[in-house]
Design a protein around this ligand. Structure first.
Ligand SMILES: Cc1cc2nc3c(=O)[nH]c(=O)nc-3n(C[C@H](O)[C@H](O)[C@H](O)COP(=O)(O)OP(=O)(O)OC[C@H]3O[C@@H](n4cnc5c(N)ncnc54)[C@H](O)[C@@H]3O)c2cc1C
Length: 304
C-alpha cells in the first residue's frame, strides 16, 4: 500500500485508545480519572451501536446500545479526555512510544489500547433490517432470553447449529426448529435432533416474512417455515486493519488476538480489549477489560 507522509502532532500522550465501545470508554474513564493525557479515537457505529435492548448490564435494567455509548462518552468527556472523531489507519511501534496514524496526522503515545471491536457478517435475507435486533438475533448470550416461550427457528451453515438448538430448547423455548442452511445433516445429527424433539429443515433461506412482526422464512424452493423469532449466526470480521503490520500473536486460527489477563498483547504496551481478543464478547466484559487495562497502565506510568 502506498503511504503518504503524515503530519506529526508533536504531543506525546500517555495513552491512545482506539474505539469508543464499552471497552474503550471504560478505559478512558479510568485513565481520565488518573489525570493522564489520554486521546480517544471515536468513530460512530460498532456492534454495541446495533444492540437495541441490553438487559444484562449491571445497574441498568434495560438500555439501548446507542444510549449506553452516549452516556459513556459524556462521562469520558467530563474527565478531560481528548477526542478525535476520525478512523485510525495504522499503528507503528517506535522507540519507547507508539505512533498512531489517522486523517493524515501522526499521534504519539506511551501506551495504546485497541478497542475497535468487530462487525457482523449480516445474512443477505430480504427484509432483514426490518427485524434485526427485534426478532432476528445473532447472539445467544445477548438475546436468547428474548426468545423465551416463542416459536424459534435456529439458522446455521454448520452443525454448530445443532448444539445451539439443543441449548436454546433447554434454556428458552420448547418450540425449536433447526434450519441447516445449504447443507445436509448427517443421519447421526438428524437422529439427535429427533430425539430432542427439535424440528429440522434443510434449505436456503431467502426472505423474512411479516410486516410488523416476524411470521416466517421463505426458502429458495418456495417452502415457508413459520416462526416468531430467529437466531442466526453469520460470523464476524475484526476491525483490526490498522494493526495488520504488527507481529501480534493470534489464536490457533490466526484470528483473535492473544492477550494476558491484563489485556496486554504480545507487543509490550499494546493492550487489546473486547471483540478483538479471545474470550466472550459482551458489553460488560469489554468494560471490565477496559478498567483492567487502564489500571495496569497506571501502575507502569507511575511505577506503583
Ligand atoms: C445486535 C447486537 C446485540 C447485542 N446485545 C448485547 C447485549 O444485550 N448485551 C451485551 O453485553 N452485549 C451485546 N452485544 C455485544 C456487544 O455489542 C459487544 O460485546 C461489544 O460491542 C464489544 O464491545 P467493544 O468495546 O469490543 O466494541 P464495539 O462496541 O464494537 O465498539 C468499537 C468501536 O470502535 C470503532 N472503530 C472501529 N474501527 C475503528 C478505527 N479504525 N478507528 C477508530 N474507531 C474505530 C467502532 O466504530 C465502534 O464505535 C450485542 C451485539 C449485537 C451486534
Amino acid at each position: 500500500m502506498e503511504r503518504t507522509e503524515a503530519i506529526d502532532t508533536g504531543e506525546l500522550f500517555d495513552c491512545i485508545v482506539i474505539g469508543a465501545g464499552p471497552g474503550g470508554l471504560q478505559a478512558c474513564i479510568h485513565l481520565g480519572r488518573y489525570n493522564f493525557r489520554v486521546l480517544l479515537f471515536h468513530r460512530p457505529g460498532g456492534r454495541t451501536h446495533h444492540a437495541k435492548h441490553i438487559e444484562n448490564y449491571l445497574g441498568l435494567r434495560a438500555v439501548s446500545g446507542p444510549d449506553l455509548l452516549e452516556m459513556g462518552l459524556v462521562q469520558v468527556k467530563s474527565f478531560g479526555v481528548t477526542i478525535e472523531s476520525v478512523k485510525v489507519e495504522r499503528v507503528e511501534v517506535g522507540e519507547g512510544h507508539f505512533a498512531v496514524m489517522a486523517a493524515g496526522k501522526t499521534f504519539r503515545s506511551r501506551f495504546v489500547i485497541a478497542s475497535s471491536g468487530a462487525r457482523e457478517s449480516i445474512a443477505p435475507f430480504k427484509n432483514l433490517p426490518r427485524f434485526f435486533g427485534i426478532s432476528y438475533f445473532t447472539c445467544l448470550i445477548c438475546d436468547g432470553y428474548r426468545t423465551t416461550g416463542k416459536k424459534l427457528l435456529v439458522i446455521d451453515r454448520t452443525i454448530n447449529g445443532v448444539r445451539i438448538s439443543i441449548g436454546m430448547k433447554q434454556m428458552f423455548t420448547k418450540d425449536v426448529t433447526f434450519l441447516a442452511q445449504g447443507f445436509s445433516l448427517s443421519p447421526q445429527y438428524a437422529a439427535l435432533l429427533d430425539e430432542e424433539g427439535i424440528g429440522r429443515v434443510e434449505g436456503r433461506p431467502e426472505e423474512l416474512l411479516g410486516e410488523k412482526t416476524l411470521e416466517g422464512v421463505r426458502l429458495a424452493d418456495g417452502r415457508v417455515i413459520p416462526c416468531e423469532v430467529i437466531l442466526g449466526w453469520g460470523g464476524i470480521s475484526l476491525n483490526d486493519e490498522y494493526l495488520e503490520d504488527l507481529p501480534l500473536e493470534r489464536d490457533t486460527e490466526g484470528f483473535k488476538i492473544v492477550t494476558k489477563s491484563s489485556g496486554e498483547s504480545s507487543i509490550p504496551g499494546l493492550f487489546v480489549l473486547g471483540a478483538l481478543r479471545q474470550g466472550h464478547s459482551q458489553a460488560i466484559i469489554s468494560a471490565g477489560q477496559g478498567a483492567e487495562a487502564a489500571i495496569e497502565i497506571s501502575t507502569r506510568i507511575v511505577e506503583l
